[in-house]
Design a protein around this ligand. Structure first.
Ligand SMILES: Cc1cc2nc3c(=O)[nH]c(=O)nc-3n(C[C@H](O)[C@H](O)[C@H](O)COP(=O)(O)OP(=O)(O)OC[C@H]3O[C@@H](n4cnc5c(N)ncnc54)[C@H](O)[C@@H]3O)c2cc1C
Length: 402
């Protein structure tokens, strides 16, 4: 079913009886050409691009719980491509370009809002570093602009500009950055993949791999064995646990990352801001709540709930930057499991086992990467060669200490 204004009016006039499920509830088949493990943003996007862009058939996505229940539905929704390094910037800029056309491509409203991001500057050395980063972004085809204190005052008059320890001295803006409704991204990709014939199988946990003579023949699941020519793993925070079943030890640790939402307020924040002196960032959701977050809890865990010392740390940083935050009541907070790689960059690569492929190590920032990650992983699975923008995301960089 195609969504349109005409369809909305027709359904409104006929009692909303014509809507069909957004995707089919598929049952597992005995064999697929390609099985993707993980029904988060990355797994679903991979399946979508495999079918749509690379002409692959007989694809399944296996999700142990429900679509959108992992980090794709738990993050703070920020999308951007303000990276410094050559290995990263082209990949995240490719992702931002895919975001810019995503709603039309998927025919789905993911509430993508290019309201801009502003990284605040608090020292002269930091200004030098951000100018360098802005220049690197522009050289890679992204947009970047250095804002003066006066320009920032006009946008965010309530910030603590004259804080004795962390005075605001300017900011690096990326105007094309912004936010997207996180779970709608999962639903949109699920719908798109389903309409290309992909089986999305929920409540189907992968419990092991069948590996014979160095070749992955398929996966053991809670709903029986499923044979596959190729298996792609995209389970984010569960990467270590899953790949241990193939006797692989990854350069990845899993940590809790928390997010917070205040009560709804009138519009005060035009875009995303990040504090340059502490790990704190904030946006205002379309419902009015201030959405904010900061650092990981700092110890390895697979729990999807955080601890109070980090709540205090993040709220303290928030109060230093915008003291008025202390007047707002906290409405909700939650945690997700992030897959922290040892160099802060992801991995999209083949493994040493034929037919077994890996996507993970997304750290704090895999949501913005969802379209490019799916595209690049699909490219790898379909062609056995890395996508040009993801060529740096290989396992062997850890052996070479690059
Ligand atoms: C609080 C928080 C805030 C964040 N904020 C941002 C942000 O603002 N911007 C940004 O870019 N990134 C952000 N991130 C990071 C981002 O959310 C993740 O990097 C990204 O969502 C991970 O990819 P995914 O969507 O595929 O993961 P997930 O949605 O976690 O998908 C993985 C799926 O695999 C399934 N799975 C696990 N094990 C198995 C198994 N054995 N069998 C079958 N299925 C399995 C899980 O159930 C899960 O649904 C944030 C993360 C958190 C926790």
């Amino acid at each position: 079913m195609r969504y349109s204004g005409f369809r909305l009016i027709k359904e409104a006039l006929t009692g909303h009886t014509g809507w069909t499920p957004v995707w089919r509830d598929a049952s597992p088949q005995p064999r697929y050409d390609i099985v993707i493990i993980g029904g988060g943003g990355h797994g679903l996007a991979t399946a979508y691009y495999l079918a749509k862009e690379f002409g692959q058939k007989r694809i399944a996505v296996l999700e142990k719980a429900w679509v959108g229940g992992g980090n794709v539905g738990r993050n703070t929704t920020i999308i951007r491509s303000n990276y410094l390094l050559d290995g990263n910037e082209p990949f995240y800029e490719f992702s931002l370009k895919l975001w810019e056309g995503l709603e039309q491509d998927l025919n789905y409203n993911a509430m993508i809002s290019q309201r801009g991001i502003l990284n605040l500057i608090h020292s002269d050395a930091q200004r030098d570093a951000f100018i360098r980063r802005g220049n690197a972004m522009i050289l890679n085809g992204a947009d970047a602009e250095l804002l003066s204190v006066a320009q920032i005052r006009a946008l965010y008059p309530f910030l603590n500009f004259d804080n004795a320890r962390f005075p605001i001295k300017g900011g690096l803006a990326q105007h094309r950055a912004g936010t997207a409704r996180h779970d709608a991204v999962a639903w949109g990709y699920a719908r798109g993949a389903d309409s290309c014939g992909v089986d999305i199988i929920q409540n189907c946990e992968v419990t092991g791999f069948r590996i014979e003579d160095g070749q992955c023949r398929g996966v053991e699941t809670t709903r029986g064995f499923i044979a596959a020519d190729k298996v792609g793993c995209a389970v984010a925070g569960s990467s270590g646990r899953l790949m241990a079943k193939a006797e692989m030890r990854l350069p990845i640790e899993s940590h809790v990352l928390q997010a917070f939402v205040s009560e709804g307020l009138k519009p005060v924040m035009p875009g995303v801001i990040t504090f340059g002196a502490r790990h704190f960032y904030c946006i205002q959701s379309d419902k009015g709540g201030l959405v904010f977050g900061g650092d990981i809890d700092g110890y390895n865990s697979y729990a999807q709930r955080g601890n109070l010392d980090m709540v205090e740390d993040i709220c303290e940083a928030g109060m230093a930057l915008m003291p008025a935050l202390g007047r707002a009541r906290l409405l909700r907070m939650w945690g997700g499991i992030v897959d922290m790689s040892m160099d802060g960059s992801p991995i999209i690569d083949r493994t040493h086992i034929d037919g077994l492929y890996f996507n993970g190590g997304w750290c704090y920032g895999g949501f913005k990467a969802t379209p490019a990650s799916g595209y690049a992983f699909a490219h790898l699975l379909a062609t056995d060669s890395p996508h040009p923008t993801a060529a740096a995301y290989r396992f062997d960089r850890f052996e070479r200490a690059e």
